[in-house]
Design a protein around this ligand. Structure first.
Ligand code: CTP
Length: 402
């Protein structure tokens, strides 16, 4: 359909990038990146019209996002070569334009395109050996300046290698080593570095991703004191286990898994260094709160939870309520003790959902005077219910009246 629109507008249309890569690998990918040889924004507008979709255009970059009513998202870009200089009808020129666009990209496996126009529909454009590298399982840059142009590509290289179980091309590896030696990453803003780090740590095998970063000496760009150690490895492994456990239980709940790994990474750093990291990277307040809570209160909470005799459910509840799931998993990963596992698990699955049967309205109906003591009474009722000291509503009424 988009192809037919492109034909009518007399432009060439291609689907490019990660989507083609994943298609050839047989992996699902719902992000569609389109490149137009011609006016990409005009094409996006016409497509949106036909589809009753919304468009957000960036005129300066010749790009647009088309938001289809069913939630599907298309990125449309203009092939970056002067279009009006050439008669677009000439296929050779069309090709050279998409070819140049693809040459600007990061890796051969991401520099493949599939043609969508009626003429040549479905044809794979592979100027740089992307299909061969997909077959040989290699992440390879297109040219020697790739990492200089964009140092975040170093992290992308590791991300794709870890995700697909690919290795890095030998030249590509050497270029990464060069980029590390030249300290190209100090030029990156905290924002961009954090974005890349998040994506890396969101990979299924985040631990392997960190290991690869360490192999290249990249951890020191998070903090100079951060390096690979058996302690770090154990912490990451524990984070992985805690997350695996959580995902088995809470399939319907979203968790920022990457943040649990960040907690594990920072665990091995001294206090001052953690403060540096919090300053350098623009974590949201909520994210910073998770890092601080796991770090500062972590030890005290773990100590309380592993006390003998073990704390009662209400005490566990009071210790853990208000902490995010990420913090809880951070605590779990930090201690690994059976008692902690059990307490956090009981809190997540049960305690946090418990409520007293009586409400404030009930207390009022009982003739009690509203005020700050209401909260105290309700807290007392909740504690009693958690500890199994009250069972019926009558029990609660008795307790409330006391
Ligand atoms: N790209 C690039 N250099 C970058 C970022 C992106 O060349 N620093 C190009 C690549 O061709 C990539 C495409 O832009 O395929 C889209 O980028 P992005 O959506 O970030 O990557 P995907 O390949 O789609 O990866 P993912 O599956 O992780 O979304």
């Amino acid at each position: 359909e988009a192809g037919r629109l492109a034909d009518r507008l007399n432009v060439s249309l291609y689907v490019v990038g990660g989507c083609v890569r994943d298609l050839l690998l047989g992996i699902e990918n719902l992000d569609l990146d389109l490149v137009v040889e011609g006016d990409g924004i005009l094409f996006a507008r016409k497509l949106a019209e036909a589809k009753q979709a919304r468009v957000k255009a960036h005129d300066r970059f010749g790009t647009a996002i088309v938001l289809l009513p069913d939630g599907f998202k298309l990125d449309v870009a203009t092939a970056r070569t002067e279009y009006y200089e050439y008669p677009t009808a000439l296929p050779t020129v069309e090709q050279s334009s998409i070819k140049k666009d693809l040459y600007r990209r990061d890796f051969t496996i991401n520099a493949l395109a599939v043609r969508l126009n009626a003429k040549g529909f479905g044809e794979v454009l592979d100027f740089y050996g992307g299909q061969r590298d997909l077959h040989d399982k290699i992440v390879r840059v297109l040219h020697g300046l790739s990492f200089v142009e964009d140092p975040t590509r170093v992290f992308r290289a590791i991300r794709f290698a870890v995700r697909f179980g690919f290795r890095l091309g030998r030249d590509t590896e050497a270029l990464i080593e060069g980029a590390v030696k030249m300290n190209l990453f100090h030029r990156l803003s905290g924002h961009r570095l954090l974005e890349e780090l998040k994506l890396l740590l969101a990979e299924r095998d985040a631990m392997q991703a960190v290991k690869r970063m360490a192999d290249f000496g990249l951890l020191r760009f998070i903090h100079p004191k951060l390096g690979w150690s058996s302690r770090l490895q154990a912490g990451l492994r524990a984070a992985e286990q805690a997350l695996g456990w959580y995902r088995l239980l809470y399939l319907d709940r979203e968790i920022a898994g990457w943040l649990v790994y960040v907690v594990a990474l920072l665990e091995v750093l001294p206090e001052r260094a953690v403060a540096d990291v919090l300053k350098r990277f623009p974590f949201t307040q909520a994210e910073a709160a998770v890092i601080r809570a796991a770090r500062l209160n972590g030890q005290a909470i773990v100590r309380q939870l592993s006390r003998r005799p073990p704390p009662k459910p209400a005490q566990v509840y009071r210790l853990l309520c208000g902490l995010s799931d990420e913090t809880l998993l951070g605590l779990m990963a930090r201690s690994k003790a059976e008692a902690i596992m059990r307490a956090i698990s009981a809190f997540l699955t049960t305690y946090q959902h418990v409520k007293p049967l009586l409400t404030g309205a009930d207390l009022k109906a009982m003739g009690l005077k509203p005020g700050p003591q209401f909260k105290q009474i309700l807290d007392r009722l909740l504690d009693a219910r958690l500890n199994g000291e009250v069972h019926t509503e009558l029990d609660e009424r008795d307790l409330a009246a006391r």
